[in-house]
Design a protein around this ligand. Structure first.
Ligand SMILES: [Fe+2]
Length: 227
């Protein structure tokens, strides 16, 4: 990297000029990055993410007091082990080998889960806290695999797209299971004996109308649905 001086004409104290140093990059040596580079970097990050989750899920399952939550976390551990294998197959579909790259977001989210376990062990709120921590990870994965699925299609690799679609479906199902467990029992139990539980259990959040359809701009007719 080099530097060059850029001038403005706004400083009367300095002969009407003001200068500052601007970093430059050597464009001749910098490779233009494409969607394929982005895709492979993100898959590599998710590969690390899944491996971190494989290590973390047994601790979360062990801390759960609700038998159904424990079973759901253990079932998702098996799926997550499968996600690691599927991501290796995605990389193979692009003739790539897995590489090491830490997914720091996952590290931070799992550290949050560890804090929930430490702070709420023995408390009636432990299961509600575990569900919330696990769902933060699921939402990260759903966002990541949603983008990767679209990118695999864009890159013309149906095998990779199919593998990612399977993973995405399992992440969404796991997230829905956690929501159901929270609303069925875990949130109610988290209130504790001294609390004032709500008379009605909150309903599941209804899907948005026309989810996936192109939203109409104000004053315009809605875009016709594609076949
Ligand atoms: Fe996963």
């Amino acid at each position: 990297m080099g530097w060059f001086a850029a001038f403005t004409q706004t400083d009367p104290q300095n002969h009407g000029e003001q200068f500052f140093m601007v970093p430059t990059t050597n464009n001749k040596n910098q490779k233009m990055k494409t969607l394929k580079d982005l895709f492979l970097a993100e898959v590599t990050g998710m590969y690390d993410s899944e491996r971190q989750i494989v290590k973390a899920l047994p601790k979360l399952a062990q801390a759960a007091t609700c038998a159904n939550l424990k079973a759901a976390l253990q079932a998702h551990l098996k799926e997550t082990e499968g996600h690691v294998t599927k991501l290796e197959q995605v990389l193979q579909a692009f003739e790539q080998k897995p590489q090491t790259k830490t997914c720091q977001v996952t590290t931070d989210l799992l550290a949050h889960g560890d804090r929930i376990v430490a702070d709420y062990k023995g408390s009636p709120a432990i299961d509600a806290g575990l569900i919330s921590a696990a769902q933060k990870v699921e939402h990260l994965e759903i966002a990541a695999y949603g983008a990767l699925h679209a990118w695999a299609i864009q890159l013309g690799n149906p095998k990779a797209a199919s593998l990612i679609e399977t993973i995405l479906g399992e992440e969404k199902a796991a997230n829905e299971t956690l929501t159901k467990l929270a609303l069925a029992n875990c949130n109610k139990e988290a209130v504790g004996e001294g609390g004032h539980p709500a008379k009605e259990t909150p309903a599941l959040i209804a899907p948005l109308p026309n989810a996936g359809a192109t939203p109409a701009a104000p004053g315009r007719k809605p875009a016709p649905a594609r076949a």
